[in-house]
Write a protein that binds this ligand. Structure first.
Ligand SMILES: [Fe+2]
Ligand SMILES: [Fe+2]
Length: 348
């Protein structure tokens, strides 16, 4: 089948200057020494630190917990890049996968594959050097999002699985997490950690634009039933990345039994905080806007599923208010997106 659309001429590569701009092609590998006065992760971004019992714990406990938060973030990145992200980048490199995609889009998938391998490697190097320096042992946990992906994929027919994975990765690559935006700017944090986050964020700006384009090419071409099948899974995919990982947080607190007698209670309370929920919605905002602009919510079944999970897309085209963004939450260039509002969902 030949598929021709005028939009197919509109693919503009973001990777023209890849040799000059990407981390792996242009930046030196660093070995910045650690400063004993600096932290390994920002308290303001560490989920557990929203809880007063954690925030008021002794300095040595907080410092160690921040190291565990850093490991969690780095392990998440390594497993994401080596797992679904590069599985999908590899698929996009192959000419028999969605053969109607523009040839240049396929060329760029090779560059993303290389970028993501480099991100995994730099996170691994940092993790090992932090462990060597701090003597804080890694917990070696499997991130929760991998289990969600496995559940989503295994419950579908084999021929649909590559598409499910593709959308899972589109979601992950279009979300904006605090680690990408705020971590590089936090001067209380080790330079080596900020540099890794900054180098990663710079590459991810290009990946964000790329995967948004992939979405714009693929979604309109899906049959209606396939749109619905994938569409109702999208909010679960978003939450897989943005919801705090309960079991990882529990394991972190369990490392200090003398300080946290009831870790489960602390984790439950933190997850229910309004600030935690607001953070999820803020990070999902650009992705929800992309979905709305591509008419994903035109199907009431999909719209209802997002509403049920309290991920509500913006309803009008008016100029966005920035009031939902915290003033310390700068939005990087190219990410000037409209925030969404969390609404109360009735229990009817
Ligand atoms: Fe990456
Ligand atoms: Fe990426």
């Amino acid at each position: 089948m030949t598929l021709v659309s005028p939009r197919f001429d509109l693919y503009e590569s973001q990777f023209g200057n890849w040799d000059e701009l990407s981390y792996i092609r242009s930046k030196p590998r660093r070995a910045t020494p650690f400063d004993p006065n600096l932290y390994f992760y920002p308290e303001g971004m560490a989920t557990l630190f929203a809880h007063p019992r954690v925030a008021n714990s002794p300095e040595h406990v907080r410092r160690e917990l921040l190291v565990l938060h850093l490991y969690n973030y780095l392990e998440f990145t390594v497993r994401l890049e080596l797992g679904p992200v590069n599985d999908v980048s590899k698929l996009l490199c192959l000419e028999d996968f969605l053969p109607w995609l523009p040839s240049q889009m396929r060329d760029d998938a090779f560059k993303i594959y290389v970028d993501e391998g480099a991100h995994a490697e730099m996170c691994r190097v940092l993790m090992m050097s932090v462990q060597q320096s701090t003597r804080v042992e890694r917990l070696r946990l499997t991130p929760a999002f991998l289990r969600t992906l496995e559940d989503l994929v295994s419950s579908e027919q084999p021929e649909h699985r590559p598409l499910i994975k593709l959308f899972f990765v589109i979601i992950s690559e279009t979300l904006i997490t605090g680690s990408l935006v705020r971590l590089p700017k936090d001067e209380t944090v080790q330079r080596a950690v900020r540099d890794v986050a900054n180098d990663h964020a710079t590459d991810e700006g290009r990946h964000h634009a790329y995967f948004r384009k992939v979405f714009e090419y693929v979604w309109p071409r899906l049959p209606r039933e396939m749109k619905r099948k994938i569409g109702i899974l999208l909010p679960d995919m978003i939450l897989a990345f943005l919801q705090p990982d309960k079991s990882a947080l529990m394991r972190m607190l369990e490392s200090f039994p003398e300080h946290f007698a009831r870790p489960a209670q602390i984790v439950e309370e933190v997850i229910d905080y309004k600030s935690t929920v607001d953070g999820i919605v803020a990070s999902a905002s650009p992705t929800l806007k992309m979905l709305r602009e591509n008419h994903v919510f035109d199907d009431p079944a999909i719209d209802n599923e997002f509403t049920r999970l309290r991920l509500v897309p913006p309803r009008n085209e008016s100029r966005p208010s920035m009031s939902n963004w915290r003033t310390d939450q700068a939005i990087p260039a190219g990410f000037q997106d409209q925030p969404v509002e969390l609404v109360e969902v009735s229990s009817e």
